[in-house]
Ligand binder design. Structure first.
Ligand SMILES: NC(=O)C1=CN([C@@H]2O[C@H](COP(=O)(O)OP(=O)(O)OC[C@H]3O[C@@H](n4cnc5c(N)ncnc54)[C@H](OP(=O)(O)O)[C@@H]3O)[C@@H](O)[C@H]2O)C=CC1
Ligand SMILES: C[C@H](CCC(=O)NCC(=O)O)[C@H]1CC[C@H]2[C@@H]3C(=O)C[C@@H]4C[C@H](O)CC[C@]4(C)[C@H]3CC[C@]12C
Length: 270
């Protein structure tokens, strides 16, 4: 009740001068979050694999008014990379206010093909690297009483066909970070954890992967990115975006799970 009745008191000035890491910031929702944060005059550290794309995003962030913007490129498949990113923030700023965990590795959209190696790799990129970034960043976040934002999916609350490995990584995020939130409250650690439950969003990669198979119209990535930034700063427990579609899915999951499953399957083109 408290969560749903929390006042909508977001103010862009809340981000001015804040030190923010955004992962997966070279494209899609991560890129759009970087632009919103830049307009709000935050300090930005962006990361992804593709240096040329990150250079362009950093340049645009500086044009939009970021207090500062830099990047560190590398792959989250490399188990040492999460700490490298957090160390960069520590060396540059000496602290951190917001950690936005958003990157995902490539996953195919089709029947599960039995490739356990792919599942293992995806767990490393989509889940374990989120845990490793959190562990490295936690001392700085405790110091600043900051925020962790975890970008997840409706596929991490209720499963859909053709995304078994991906869905598993997103369910894992919910289990881990929702447990950690309890522990922070018990130990009076004033670091918020916001889990973002997103429906289908119109990023290039998602549309390329699923538009041939899914009837739904994707929601706009720019608005989605702004809602993520807002919910993190407001220290919300969860964001549901788009709210009506995701809200209905979660309600049906709890009261009529078989009906929901058949609805999801019927939203796929035959
Ligand atoms: N779009 C959608 O419909 C939905 C998206 N979401 C969630 O939103 C978030 C963003 O999704 P979206 O914007 O669509 O994704 P994109 O595919 O557009 O972006 C993914 C980002 O992750 C980076 N990345 C990919 N592989 C790696 C790697 N191995 N190591 C480090 N970074 C990597 C990519 O950059 P590079 O290739 O340069 O490394 C890119 O910056 C994800 O967490 C996703 O699960 C949730 C529900 C629906
Ligand atoms: C089909 C899913 C949701 C069913 C539904 O009822 N949607 C209504 C709505 O969302 O408004 C899709 C919702 C989330 C999608 C997946 C996702 O999380 C992103 C992945 C990105 C990756 O590049 C490939 C595609 C995704 C697995 C994508 C697939 C479709 C969803 C599960």
């Amino acid at each position: 009740f408290y969560f749903y009745s929390a006042p909508e008191n977001f103010n862009e000035e809340m981000l001015r001068g804040k030190r923010v890491i955004v992962t997966g910031a070279s494209s899609g929702i991560g890129e759009q979050m970087a632009y919103h944060l830049a307009r709000m005059e935050a300090h930005l550290l962006l990361t992804a694999r593709t240096e040329a794309k990150l250079q362009k995003v950093v340049k645009r962030c500086l044009e939009l008014g970021a207090a500062s913007a830099r990047y560190v490129s590398g792959s989250m498949e490399d188990t040492t990379f999460p700490e490298v990113v957090v160390k960069e923030a520590e060396n540059t700023w000496g602290g951190l206010d917001v950690l936005i965990l958003n990157h995902i590795g490539y996953s195919y959209f089709n029947y599960f093909n039995g490739d356990v190696g792919h599942v293992r790799k995806l767990l490393e990129v989509n889940f374990l690297s989120y845990v490793a970034m959190t562990v490295s960043a936690l001392p700085m976040l405790k110091e600043s009483e900051g925020s962790i934002v975890v970008v997840s999916s409706v596929a991490g609350k209720t499963a859909a066909p053709f995304s078994a490995p991906y869905s598993a990584t997103k369910f894992a995020l919910d289990g881990f970070f929702s447990s950690l939130r309890h522990e922070f409250i018990i130990e009076k650690v004033n670091v918020s954890i916001t889990l973002c439950i997103l429906g289908y969003i119109d990023t290039e990669n998602a549309v390329r992967a699923v538009s041939h198979a899914i009837r739904d119209t994707p929601a706009p990535k720019e608005e989605c990115a702004l809602e993520i930034v807002k919910s993190g700063v407001l220290r919300r427990r969860e964001l549901h975006y788009p709210s009506r579609a995701v809200g209905s899915l979660l309600l049906l999951r709890d009261i009529a799970p078989d009906f929901l499953d058949s609805l999801i399957r019927s939203s796929y083109k035959q």
